[in-house]
Design a protein around this ligand. Structure first.
Ligand SMILES: Cc1ncc(C[n+]2csc(CCOP(=O)(O)OP(=O)(O)O)c2C)c(N)n1
Ligand code: SF4
Ligand SMILES: [Mg+2]
Length: 304
C-alpha cells in the first residue's frame, strides 16, 4: 500500500453534514465520516436497512452529501450491480459504487447477493460495518455476534455459536482485495479504502464498529473499546491482496509481543456479563492458538 496517512495530511474535505441521528459515541459515525473521505465525491452508495440508514437520514434533511440508493436487505450487492450496469450504459465507469451494509445485512441476509457479485467479478467496493448484532431493531444476535454475548434473542446465557468469519468467506471467492479495519483506527481504514480504490473488481472491507447502545458501555469509550478488541488479539487488522495475507497497523506491531488478556476487553461491556471463568479461559486459548499461527506464518515467510 502507499504511504500511510496521518492526521496531518488527512483530507479536510467532508461529505457528512454536522449533526446526524446516530447515538452519541456511535463507532459508525467515525467509520462513515472517514470512509466517505476515502471514497470521494464521485461515489454512489447502496445501503440496506440498518443504523446507517438512520444516520444518513432522508432527503431533504439527509446527513450525507453523496447520492444513496436505499435498497432491500437481501439485495444490496445485486442492487449495486444494477447501478454499475446503469453507469456503464452512461459511460460513467469512473464513478465508484460502494455497497455499505451492517453485519446482519452482510453476514446473514445479504450474503448470497454478495457472494454472487464476488463470483461474477463485479466492480464494486463492499463495506460491512460490524457492530456484531442487529442494532437498529433492538440488538438481536447476528451471524457475527461473538460467542457468549447477551442480546435480546440470546438472553441469560448468551449466544452459543462462534462468530461467523465473513472476511474468510469472501476471501474464499478468490477476489483480489479483502481487508479488515476498525473504527478505532480510522487512518488505517482510510488507507485501506484508498488502496481498494486503486484496483477494480470486487473489493471487501470488514470494519469492527463499537456500539455503546448495544454493547453496554458509556459512549465516551468507543475508541478505547475498539482498540482493546485489537490489542487483546480478538479482532485482527489485515489485508489479503491477490491472495497474500498480512497483518497491518496495530496488529502487525503486536507480532512477537505480549498481548493484553481477553478479559480486559470483556469486562468493559455489559453484553459479556454472562460469561463464566471457563468460557473466558477457552476464548483466551483460542486467541493464543490463532496468534501462534500468525507468528509461525510470519516466521516461515522470514525464513526462520
Ligand atoms: C427483510 C427485512 N427484514 C427485517 C427488517 C427490519 N430491520 C431493519 S434494520 C434491521 C437491523 C439490521 O442489522 P445490521 O445489518 O446488523 O445493521 P445495524 O442495524 O446493526 O446497523 C432489521 C432487522 C427489514 N427492514 N427488512
Ligand atoms: S444502536 Fe449502536 S450502531 Fe446504531 S446508532 Fe446507536 S450506537 Fe450506532
Ligand atoms: Mg449490526
Amino acid at each position: 500500500m502507499a504511504e500511510q496517512t496521518t492526521i496531518l495530511n488527512l483530507t479536510d474535505e467532508e461529505f457528512v453534514h454536522p449533526g446526524n441521528r446516530a447515538c452519541s459515541g456511535c463507532g459508525l459515525s467515525i467509520v462513515y465520516r472517514v470512509g466517505l473521505k476515502a471514497l470521494g465525491r464521485d461515489t454512489i452508495l447502496v445501503v440496506p436497512p440498518s443504523c446507517l440508514t438512520v444516520l444518513q437520514g432522508l432527503y431533504p434533511i439527509a446527513a450525507t452529501q453523496l447520492p444513496c440508493l436505499n435498497v432491500t436487505f437481501a439485495s444490496t450487492a445485486a442492487a449495486a450491480t444494477g447501478v454499475l450496469g446503469a453507469l456503464r450504459a452512461q459511460g460513467r465507469e469512473k464513478t465508484t459504487v460502494a455497497a455499505w451494509a451492517g453485519d446482519g445485512g452482510t453476514s446473514d441476509i445479504g450474503l448470497q447477493a454478495l457472494s454472487g457479485a464476488c463470483e461474477r467479478g463485479e466492480d464494486l467496493i463492499y463495506l460491512c460495518y460490524d457492530n456484531e448484532a442487529y442494532m437498529n431493531t433492538g440488538v438481536q444476535r447476528s451471524g457475527t455476534t461473538p460467542r457468549h454475548v447477551i442480546t435480546t434473542t440470546t438472553p441469560i446465557t448468551g449466544k452459543h455459536q462462534k462468530k461467523k468469519d465473513v472476511p474468510a468467506i469472501i476471501a474464499a471467492h478468490g477476489i483480489d482485495f479483502v481487508a479488515t479495519a476498525s473504527a478505532a483506527y480510522p487512518l488505517d481504514l482510510f488507507d485501506k479504502i484508498k488502496a481498494a480504490k486503486q484496483i477494480s473488481g470486487p473489493r471487501y472491507l470488514h470494519i469492527h464498529t463499537p456500539c455503546p447502545a448495544g454493547w453496554g458501555f458509556s459512549s465516551r469509550y468507543s475508541v478505547k473499546i475498539g482498540r482493546l478488541a485489537v490489542e487483546t488479539g480478538l479482532f485482527d487488522l489485515y489485508v489479503i491482496e491477490n491472495g497474500q495475507f498480512r497483518l497491518t497497523g496495530q496488529s502487525q506491531k503486536m507480532l512477537g509481543k505480549k498481548r493484553l488478556p481477553v478479559i480486559a476487553y470483556f469486562k468493559t461491556q455489559s453484553r459479556f456479563r454472562g460469561m463464566t471463568e471457563d468460557q473466558v479461559a477457552q476464548i483466551q486459548s483460542e486467541v493464543d492458538a490463532k496468534w501462534a499461527g500468525y507468528e509461525k506464518m510470519m516466521g516461515e515467510e522470514a525464513g526462520c
